[in-house]
Design a protein around this ligand. Structure first.
Ligand code: ZN
Length: 85
């Protein structure tokens, strides 16, 4: 699987410390905008691809709030927004 490209803001060196390899595609991501399960990290899009959008939507709101449009895409982002009360 081709690594899922996500724009990463590396304007400061501290951001480098937040980079984590995605457990699905092995591409790097900023953990502040990824799904963390135990010691594993996933791009939002990769998590949804591996486990399904329904499973992604079951994640805590605090996790979903940090996912970004350029990662998950408009379809999943809309589902996340519609889930909110
Ligand atoms: Zn990924």
């Amino acid at each position: 699987m081709k690594p899922h490209a996500v724009q990463i803001d590396l304007e400061n060196c501290h951001a480098v410390r937040r980079l984590r390899p995605c457990a699905v595609c092995r591409g790097l991501g900023d953990r502040h905008h990824m799904v963390g399960i135990g010691k594993l990290w996933y791009h939002g899009k990769c998590y949804a691809g591996a486990r399904g959008v329904a499973e992604l939507l079951k994640l805590p709101a605090a996790t979903l709030d940090h996912l970004q449009l350029d990662d998950v895409g408009p379809k999943i982002m809309r589902a996340i927004l519609e889930k909110k009360p």
